[in-house]
Design a protein around this ligand. Structure first.
Ligand code: BES
Ligand code: MG
Ligand code: ZN
Length: 453
């Protein structure tokens, strides 16, 4: 939905024009205005003074150019300046294109056909960068489609099937889908517990990409795949359950990231582990006070059925380290409402047990232009969840403080530190804004895959 096209004599083009450029007749010299020049078949977008022009300002003009409804080819080279590099303009144009609202998945009975954005730049060296951005953009749309899909359509079984099919034909990838029996056989009692109120079976999807067979390093992206989070018997009030279809965003992002990494033939080993079920009530659903046993044998007293994400993630973390031999476990989850309170829709919160991991992730985030904020790790945040009278752990900290960090403490009890480092991304604030999907972290994780072997 974005194409690089040559500008010919017959094609209309859109150019950015600065106040100090050679004057064009009848030019509308007001910022953001477009002047149509019939003779040269050119749309001139007026940009004001060049001396204050920056990449940030350039992005705004790109937004105007891309949303312009007239059929033209955007001449990206006119967006370049001595301060703003063409490569950044090319990247930004693809990213802005795929963020268009009209590309979001919709079930409206009348939808307009979306327009293809046409751009032009000469440089051949930048072609591969352009194409890489397109790969990530197209995958983002697929991830957002999964995120947007309502829970009555994309249930756990359908989601798992669609993820598997999505990897058809991609090289060096093996996809395994575990059904209920196979999950039970592995003693994943926390996932089975959360699934017990559902009409649909839980699924665990494992996607293994081997881009560097010689290396023992393996990064496992473990995604939270809650199809709909009603809260269970610790039921959410009506308004708080709106948008809980997005509670599978972590799983969608983990799958999408590995797909992008595989398609771009990264020389590293990445695996996605998706833990998929909904969290509902019913005569078979778990209540509070029940005790469940995880895949690693640890027992958990459930004191809030709405803290279900950490349960399904915990078993998947054990599977990633013990069965798949991951050396770095990366959790991606819409885990806590407290994350929204702390960082809003602006930053993704990151926990990392290893400073080296954080350094690489920080660099990757910068390159990907995604905002990340490192959160603190401290034993204090584990005190309450370790205080059960009957089990090894409780699943919820009722102190009312630092809820996102106690959730991390729970998750990290299921990653063996002798085998693997642990990273956790809480995307509760960044996966969805105003009921529109955002597919965060795909670009960051692709950048990360370039930093490691
Ligand atoms: N899926 C929610 C977290 C969430 C809340 C994501 C709002 C996006 C927006 C999670 O399963 C949940 O319910 N968490 C509880 C934890 C609590 C019971 C300790 C929460 O945040 O209230
Ligand atoms: Mg919940
Ligand atoms: Zn949830």
């Amino acid at each position: 939905m974005i194409k690089k096209l040559k500008i010919t004599k017959s094609s209309w083009k859109l150019k950015l024009i600065f106040q100090d450029d050679k004057k064009i007749e009848n030019l509308l010299e007001e910022k953001n205005q477009i002047t149509e020049d019939l003779n040269s078949k050119t749309l001139y977008l007026f940009a004001g003074k060049k001396n204050i022009y920056s990449l940030k300002i350039a992005k705004n003009f790109l937004k105007i150019a891309i949303s312009n409804r007239r059929n033209s080819i955007i001449d990206l080279e006119t967006f370049e300046s001595n301060k703003v590099k063409l490569v950044d303009i090319v990247k930004a144009s693809v990213r802005i294109n795929y963020d268009r609202k009209d590309l979001q998945f919709s079930l409206k009975s009348k939808t307009k056909k979306s327009k293809t954005t046409k751009v032009w730049f000469k440089s051949k060296e930048i072609n591969s960068i352009f194409e890489e951005e397109v790969v990530k953009g197209e995958i983002s749309l697929e991830v957002r489609k999964w995120q947007m899909s309502p829970p009555n359509i994309l249930n756990s079984e359908v989601f798992a099937k669609e993820v598997k099919e999505s990897f058809n034909g991609i090289e060096n990838v093996k996809v395994t889908v575990l059904n209920r029996k196979q999950i039970e056989k592995r003693n994943m009692g926390l996932l089975i517990g959360v699934n017990s109120g559902s009409n649909c079976e839980a699924r665990v999807v494992i996607v293994e990409y081997k881009g560097n067979p010689e290396s023992k390093q393996k990064t496992a992206l473990v995604g939270k795949g809650i199809i709909f989070d009603s809260g269970g018997y610790s039921l959410k009030p009506a308004k708080f359950s709106l948008g809980m279809k997005f509670d599978m965003s972590g799983a969608a992002v983990a799958a999408g990231a590995v797909k992008a990494i595989a398609k771009l033939e990264s020389k590293s080993n990445f695996t996605a582990v998706l833990s998929i079920t909904d969290n509902l009530i019913g005569h078979k659903a778990i209540t509070t006070d029940v005790v469940l046993k995880a895949m690693n044998g640890k027992t958990v007293e459930i004191n809030n059925t709405d803290a279900e994400g950490r349960l399904v993630m915990a078993d998947a973390n054990v599977l990633a380290t013990e069965e798949l031999n991951a050396t770095r476990v990366v959790n991606i989850a819409t885990l806590t409402g407290a994350m929204l309170a702390a960082l809003g829709h602006t930053y993704t919160g990151v926990w990392a047990t290893d400073d080296k991991d954080w350094k690489q992730i920080k660099n990757a985030g910068k390159k990907a232009d995604e905002l990340l904020w490192r959160m603190p790790i401290h034993e204090d945040f584990a005190k309450f969840i370790k205080g059960s009278e009957i089990a090894d752990l409780r699943n919820t900290d009722y102190s009312g403080n630092a809820g996102s960090s106690s959730a991390f403490q729970f998750l990290t009890q299921f990653v063996n530190p002798k085998k693997s480092s642990h990273v956790h991304f809480d995307i509760a604030g960044t996966s969805e804004i105003s009921m529109l999907a955002k597919s965060p972290l795909i670009r960051t994780l692709v950048e990360l895959s370039k930093e490691i072997k």
